[in-house]
Ligand binder design. Structure first.
Ligand SMILES: NC(=O)c1ccc[n+]([C@@H]2O[C@H](COP(=O)([O-])OP(=O)(O)OC[C@H]3O[C@@H](n4cnc5c(N)ncnc54)[C@H](O)[C@@H]3O)[C@@H](O)[C@H]2O)c1
Length: 392
């Protein structure tokens, strides 16, 4: 397999938010793209929406009209999986449900030639559990795009236990030829981004719960360190329910590791329907125009907290936890330090990659912050990674 030469056929199964975005990327890269969805008229609606989106890009001079028309002409609806022509790559972006994905892959395994790469865009399921449904699981991998797929450069290329290196390499080269930045990781809960980012949210919620400061002040502390958004405003934007579901999935899949235990404060928000911007209330209250009405930080308190004792410095605690999580992933051999840093900078816009940040701060410092926190809040949440012993 090679990514040189004419573009092969690509199919996208499940044409919701992610599938449609991925189809756009592949069509813009010159592939003939087949779209299939179980929902009546869903694929046709996606093709229509994409035609409009491509025309809008041409109107903004991001591409010529001819290019937009040619890309739109490369999109084709297919009613049933069995009707798909032979493809080089099929990307499944259907519902996040193991049984749904297994039945899609079982059918693709039967109907696509043995050389077709079968990829899933799952955010949280184990690649090996999906690959089980195919008799030749070496051709099954994860290709985890971020939302919106045409804009976000990062793609996590997820290796199952049985994924063959040739398919993995081909997939990474292919998405790179689409202008994406691939990073490699094992099929570990949350992959890179959704795993390493957990403490960013968790620490914010903990600090609010502890009464360290009000939400706006905690968020302002993190922004002062270069994070584009604080953890509380960010979870309101993502949706407290969506963020809790991802966190709970990582917690369950790690055997309920206390490091990822959902914070009661977030569970309460979800139980009360305070899901964030989309419901008008989450951690903050929102006006009709989507702006928060109670997000003024106490600037004096920000100055007091940042640079103060580690246990009460929102930046020190959050960064120490991010470093701990990142070096732990590398220590387990699930991703390289370079890929972890690339993934976090591109996937979450952190100001620095957490592995490099850890080296800059020094592992001794990170260990000291974690030890202080562990003294104050024992129970395993602040357990240091064995990787932090590395420079002793
Ligand atoms: N939304 C995100 O931010 C995001 C980011 C990365 C990955 N993902 C993953 O991508 C996948 C799709 O997410 P989404 O947000 O696009 O969901 P979505 O609900 O917008 O779209 C899912 C589509 O799949 C279709 N579908 C369901 N069962 C199907 C089947 N058996 N065969 C064919 N089509 C089927 C649905 O009709 C729907 O159109 C999920 O696995 C999700 O975890 C989502």
């Amino acid at each position: 397999m090679t990514t040189d030469g004419p573009r092969g056929n690509v199919a996208v199964v499940g044409t919701g938010a992610m599938g449609a975005g991925i189809a756009q990327v592949a069509a813009m890269a010159g592939h003939q793209v087949y779209l299939q969805d179980a929902g009546a008229d869903r694929a046709a609606a996606a093709v229509e929406g994409l035609g409009q989106r491509l025309a809008d890009l041409a109107a903004k001079s991001r591409m010529t009209r001819e290019e937009a028309r040619a890309a739109a002409d490369r999109l084709q609806v297919v009613a049933d999986l069995a009707d798909l022509p032979e493809c080089e790559l099929v990307i499944e972006a259907a519902a996040e449900d193991l049984e749904v994905k297994q039945s899609v892959f079982a059918e693709l395994g039967r109907t696509q030639p043995p050389t077709t790469l079968l990829a899933t865009n799952t955010s949280s399921l184990d690649i090996d559990a999906i690959a089980e449904s195919v008799h030749d699981p070496e051709r099954v991998i994860g290709l985890h795009f971020f939302n919106p797929a045409p804009v976000m450069r990062l793609v996590e290329v997820v290796h199952g236990q049985s994924s063959a290196q040739t398919y993995v390499d081909f997939a990474a080269d292919l998405v790179a030829s689409w202008g994406k930045t691939p990073v490699h990781c094992a099929s570990t809960p949350g992959f890179i981004v959704n795993r390493v980012a957990r403490p960013f949210y968790g620490e914010g919620q903990r600090m609010l719960d502890e009464g360290l400061a009000d939400a706006a002040t905690i968020d302002a502390c993190l922004r002062s360190a270069g994070f584009r958004m604080g953890p509380l405003e960010l979870t309101d934007l993502i949706g407290q329910d969506v963020n809790l579901a991802v966190g709970t999935s990582v917690w369950e899949r790690t055997g309920q590791d206390p490091r990822y235990a959902p914070v009661q404060l977030q569970r309460d928000l979800v139980a009360q329907g305070r899901l964030g911007r989309k419901t008008g209330r989450g951690v903050y209250r929102y006006a009709a125009d989507g702006r928060p009405t109670d997000a003024d930080p106490d600037e004096r308190r920000v100055d007091e907290l940042v640079g103060g004792p580690a246990r009460t410095d929102p930046v020190a605690r959050t960064v120490a936890m991010l470093v701990n999580e990142a070096v732990d992933l590398v220590h387990r051999g699930e991703a390289s330090p370079e890929d972890v840093d690339t993934a976090m900078v591109l996937g979450t816009s952190y100001p620095k990659g957490p592995v490099a940040w850890g080296r800059e701060l020094g592992y001794d410092y990170v260990r000291t912050v974690l030890a202080e926190l562990d003294d104050a809040y024992p129970g395993g949440r602040y357990r240091p990674s064995p990787a932090l012993d590395g420079d002793r």
